[in-house]
Design a protein around this ligand. Structure first.
Ligand SMILES: N[C@@H](CCC(=O)N[C@@H](CS)C(=O)NCC(=O)O)C(=O)O
Length: 215
């Protein structure tokens, strides 16, 4: 099976797929697209959205569809878990966490190696329409952090050591990928239990956030 992943490094949905590929030990060609490249994703899937995984030349988008397609032996239990009540609960939690993660992290993501001047201003202009000026997000940083810390402190109770389970599953990939981008935020510190959890997921998935820039 020939796999090529088109992705953005900061994007939690793309990180999901990278984590799943790593966990399943599937080798793949990695292509980080500049955020302002509209042509490539539209050509592949008709819409400007990543991740896209090309499987033997056939492009698939939607992170969960991609993971289900590559989890052919159901090692992540992706076939069973996406229809559970727990899955819907986790999705709501991710949406809640996501609002604060994005508010806090977006202004910092754009100064990582993934972005150049053009892609940075494309991203910023697009996201500021929804979230307001990045300068204001940075100014309000403390508010995002307070809410996040409350949620993350509560979350620690659910890590047994994996999300509500002693076994690693798709849920851990969904959760860890949504939180990972916070490591980019200067001086941000995860509650110790969440940090330990993320490091365990990292090992399981052989995940290195910025590996594309150190080849
Ligand atoms: N439902 C999609 C969501 C993917 C998604 O939201 N990708 C964002 C990046 S985080 C994207 O490609 N946005 C393109 C844009 O806004 O220009 C999935 O699970 O794959």
């Amino acid at each position: 099976m020939e796999l090529k992943l088109y992705h953005y490094v900061h994007c939690p949905f793309c990180v999901r797929v990278r984590m799943a590929l790593g966990y399943l030990e599937l080798p793949y060609v990695s292509e980080v697209l500049p955020y302002n490249d509209e042509t490539t994703p539209v050509k592949l899937c008709g819409t400007k959205m990543l991740p896209i995984l090309s499987v033997d030349g056939k492009p698939i988008n939607e992170s969960l569809d991609i993971i289900t397609a590559i989890d052919s032996n159901n090692k992540l239990r992706s076939r069973d878990l996406t229809s559970t009540k727990e899955f819907r609960h986790l999705e709501r939690l991710l949406t809640e966490l996501g609002a604060n993660v994005h508010g806090l992290a977006m202004p910092y993501w754009i100064y990582t190696a993934e972005f150049d001047t053009e892609s940075r201003s494309y991203f910023r202009n697009k996201k500021e329409i929804k979230r307001g000026p990045f300068a204001k997000l940075v100014e309000d940083r403390h508010e995002f952090e307070v809410t996040l810390m409350e949620d993350l402190t509560t979350l620690q109770i659910s890590l047994k050591p994996f999300y509500k389970s002693d076994e690693f599953s798709l849920y851990d990939i969904l959760l860890a990928s949504h939180l990972w981008g916070l490591y980019i935020v200067p001086e941000f510190q995860f509650p110790p239990g969440v940090h330990m959890y993320l490091q365990t997921v990292k090992k399981q998935c052989k995940f290195i956030y910025h590996q594309d820039f150190w080849k």
